[in-house]
Design a binder for this molecule. Structure first.
Ligand code: SF4
Length: 575
C-alpha cells in the first residue's frame, strides 16, 4: 500500500519540550517527580513515564517535597503558587506559545480588558488561561455560546492554541458583530496551523487518512474532523492495534498524520503495519521480496553480510588480496553479537522496533542457539589463522557478551547511576564501532601475520569513524523511544542537532581521510572511489531531516546498504 506521512506528524515543540524537561528531571532525581495533571494527552507516553516513577497529581497536596512539573498546557497562576507553598520545587514546562497567550491576557487585564477565549471550556489549557483572565474571562466554543455571551467594556479575543483556524475566524467575526471594537489575537500556534493545513492538502492526494493520537487529545480529534470535512474516510487510532486492517486495506493510497502529543515511535509502528499491507495488484515477486528483506533485517543477516563487505573494502584500501575466511569470520562474529545484544536489549527496543522484539520473543531459542553456533564457528575459523587473532576475537566476544551485565548491583551501592559499561552514556555507539573496526581490519591483519602498520591504522580509523556515524545515526532516528525508556545514547545526552552536527564533522573527516591518506601513501587509490559512499550517508541524513524518510525497516535497509555500496565501489576500482 502506498502510504504518505505528513511531514509535521509527531511531537510539536511544546510537547517535546515538556517530555524532555520531565525526562531530564528523572535523570537527575530518582524519586519524587510528579506532574500536575497529565503531562500531555497521550496515554502510551504517560504509561511509560509512570513506569519510570513519574506520579500524576490530580489535586494540590498539602505537603509536597519533590519536583512538580507544570504540563505543556500551563496552569492557573494561583495553582502554581499553591504548589510552591506546599513545598514543591516547580519545573515549568508550559509551552512558550501558551505562555505568550497568558502574557497577552495578563497585559490587557491590567488595562481593564475582558478576555474571550475561543476554545474548549474543559481543556486544560483553557482552564489555565481562565486563571489568568480571572472574573473577566469568558469561554466561547460555538455559536450558541456567542449568542449567550455577556460583555461590558473593552475586551480581547484569543484562541486556544490548538483551535481550528476556520472555527476561530467564524466565531471571532460573530463576537465582533455582537460586540464591535474587540481586539483579536489569533493565538493558534504555528505547529497546529501547519498540521491542519497539511491535512487539508494531503486529503486531496490520498483516499483515506489515518490519524494517530490520544483519544482525549483535542488537536488529534481536530485533525480527524478536518479530514472528515474534506470528505476523506478517517481512521482515528491511538495505537497500531486499533487499525481496522480489513477496512483500511480497501484503499490503495493512505495518508498518515498524528496529533502534537503522538511520539514518533508510535507513528512508526502504525506506518510499519500499513506499509506491510500489499498494494492492490502488487506482484507476488514484490511481496516475497519485501518479506525476504524484512527477514534479512530482523535476523541481522543483512547487517552481518554488510560487515563482511566492509572487510572486503578494508582489504582493498590496504592493497591486500581480500580473503574469503576474513569475510566469513566478520559475518559470523557480527551475526552472533548483533543477535545476542539485540536479544538482551529487546525490552528496551520494544518501542522503537516492536516487530523485532516480537520476533525475538517468538524465536528466542533458535536465535540464541544459532548465534552461539555462529560465534563458535567464527572462533574456530580464526583459530586456524594463528593465536593472536584468536585471542583478539575471543577477548572481543567476552567483552561483547558481558557488555550488558551490570557489574555493580543496586543493593551494593545505591547512589550511583552507572552500574555497567552499557550504562555509560553513548558507550554502545563507540564500542560497536570499535568491534566492527577490529573484526574487519585488525583481525584480518593479524590473521595474515602482518604487523599492523600505518596503513592498517589509517584504514582502522576510517572504519571506526564510518561505523560510528552509522550507529550514531540509528541513535538519532530512535531518539524519542530511547529517551522515554531511559537509554542514554549520544543524541539523548547532547540532543539530535548537536549529534548530527558532530556526525557531519566526522563525515568531513572521512572525506579528508579518503583524499589525503593515499597521497601520504597510507591507503590505496581505491579510497577516491569510495567518496560517493560518504555523499550517500550525508544524503540520508538530509532526507531524514526533511522528513522524507522515516524510522523503520526502509531506513535501516538504506543505512546498512552503505557498506554494500562501498564494497561495490571498491570492486569497481579494481576494474
Ligand atoms: S500544539 Fe502548539 S501550543 Fe500546544 S504544546 Fe504544541 S507547540 Fe505548544
Amino acid at each position: 500500500m502506498k502510504v504518505i506521512l505528513a511531514k509535521s506528524a509527531g511531537f510539536c515543540m511544546g510537547v517535546r519540550r515538556a517530555v524532555e524537561t520531565t525526562l531530564e528531571v528523572i535523570r537527575k532525581e530518582d524519586t519524587g517527580v510528579s506532574t500536575f495533571g497529565p503531562l500531555i494527552h497521550n496515554p502510551q507516553v504517560l504509561n511509560l513515564l509512570e513506569e519510570r516513577g513519574v506520579r500524576v497529581l490530580r489535586e494540590i497536596p498539602e505537603k509536597e517535597s519533590g519536583t512538580v512539573i507544570i504540563r505543556a498546557h500551563g496552569v492557573p497562576p494561583v495553582d502554581k503558587e499553591k504548589l510552591r507553598l506546599a513545598g514543591a520545587r516547580i519545573e515549568d514546562a508550559t509551552c512558550p506559545h501558551v505562555v505568550k497567550v497568558q502574557v497577552i491576557i495578563k497585559k490587557y487585564l491590567k488595562q481593564g480588558y475582558a478576555t474571550v477565549i475561543i476554545g474548549d471550556r474543559n481543556h486544560a489549557e483553557v482552564e489555565g488561561l481562565m486563571g489568568f483572565a480571572g472574573s473577566l474571562g469568558r469561554v466561547v466554543s460555538n455559536l450558541e455560546d456567542v449568542n449567550s455571551l455577556q460583555l461590558e467594556g473593552p475586551y480581547i479575543i484569543v484562541s486556544q492554541t490548538t483551535q481550528d483556524e476556520t472555527i476561530f475566524e467564524d466565531l471571532s467575526q460573530s463576537i465582533l458583530k455582537r460586540f464591535p471594537g474587540g481586539r483579536v489575537f489569533n493565538t493558534i500556534c504555528d505547529a497546529t496551523h501547519k498540521r491542519q493545513e497539511e491535512v487539508r492538502s494531503l486529503c486531496k492526494d490520498v483516499e483515506a487518512m489515518v490519524v494517530v493520537g490520544g483519544k482525549n487529545s483535542a488537536n488529534t480529534k481536530r485533525l480527524a474532523e478536518i479530514a472528515e470535512d474534506m470528505g476523506c474516510p478517517v481512521f482515528l487510532v491511538e495505537t497500531e492495534d486499533e487499525l481496522d486492517l480489513e477496512e483500511v486495506s480497501k484503499y490503495e493510497c493512505v495518508g498518515v498524520t498524528a496529533g502534537a502529543s503522538t511520539p514518533t515511535w508510535m507513528i512508526s509502528r502504525v506506518l510499519r503495519i500499513l506499509e506491510a499491507i500489499p498494494a492492490k495488484g502488487e506482484s507476488r515477486l514484490k511481496q516475497y521480496g519485501s518479506r525476504l528483506l524484512w527477514f534479512l533485517l530482523a535476523t541481522n543477516i543483512y547487517v552481518s553480510i554488510a560487515g563482511g563487505a566492509l572487510t572486503y573494502t578494508s582489504e582493498k584500501l590496504q592493497n591486500n588480496v581480500p580473503g574469503a575466511s576474513h569475510f566469513l569470520i566478520a559475518v559470523l562474529y557480527l551475526f552472533a553479537m548483533h543477535n545476542l545484544n539485540r536479544f538482551t536489549d529487546r525490552k528496551l527496543q520494544k518501542f522503537n522496533d516492536p516487530l523485532r522484539t516480537l520476533f525475538y520473543e517468538k524465536y528466542r531459542w533458535p536465535v540464541l542457539v544459532i548465534s552461539a553456533l555462529s560465534l563458535g564457528l567464527a572462533l574456530t575459523l580464526v583459530s586456524e589463522n594463528g593465536l593472536k587473532p584468536f585471542l583478539l576475537l575471543t577477548g572481543m566476544s567476552i567483552f561483547g557478551i558481558f557488555y550488558s551485565v551490570r557489574v555493580i548491583p543496586r543493593a551494593a551501592i545505591t547512589n550511583i547511576r552507572v552500574r555497567g559499561l552499557k550504562e555509560i552514556p553513548g558507550s554502545k555507539t563507540f564500542l560497536v564501532a570499535v568491534a566492527w573496526a577490529f573484526v574487519t581490519t585488525l583481525v584480518p591483519a593479524l590473521s595474515d601475520s602482518r604487523i599492523p602498520d600505518l596503513t592498517t591504522l589509517a584504514v582502522l580509523l576510517f572504519v571506526l569513524v564510518l561505523v560510528f556515524i552509522r550507529s550514531a545515526l540509528f541513535d538519532v532516528f530512535e531518539v524519542q523511544g530511547d529517551r522515554i525508556v531511559g537509554r542514554e545514547t549520544l543524541p539523548v545526552c547532547i540532543g539530535e542537532h548537536k549529534t548530527i552536527y558532530i556526525l557531519h564533522i566526522l563525515m568531513v573527516i572521512l572525506v579528508l581521510l579518503l583524499l589525503l591518506m593515499p597521497l601520504a601513501g597510507f591507503m590505496s587509490g581505491v579510497s577516491f572511489w569510495l567518496l560517493p559512499g560518504i555523499v550517500y550517508i550525508f544524503g540520508l541524513t538530509q532526507l531524514y531531516r526533511k522528513g522524507m524518510i522515516t524510522q523503520g525497516p526502509k531506513l535501516e535497509f538504506c543505512l546498512e546498504t552503505v557498506f554494500y555500496l562501498l564494497a561495490g565501489l571498491a570492486w569497481l576500482a579494481k576494474v
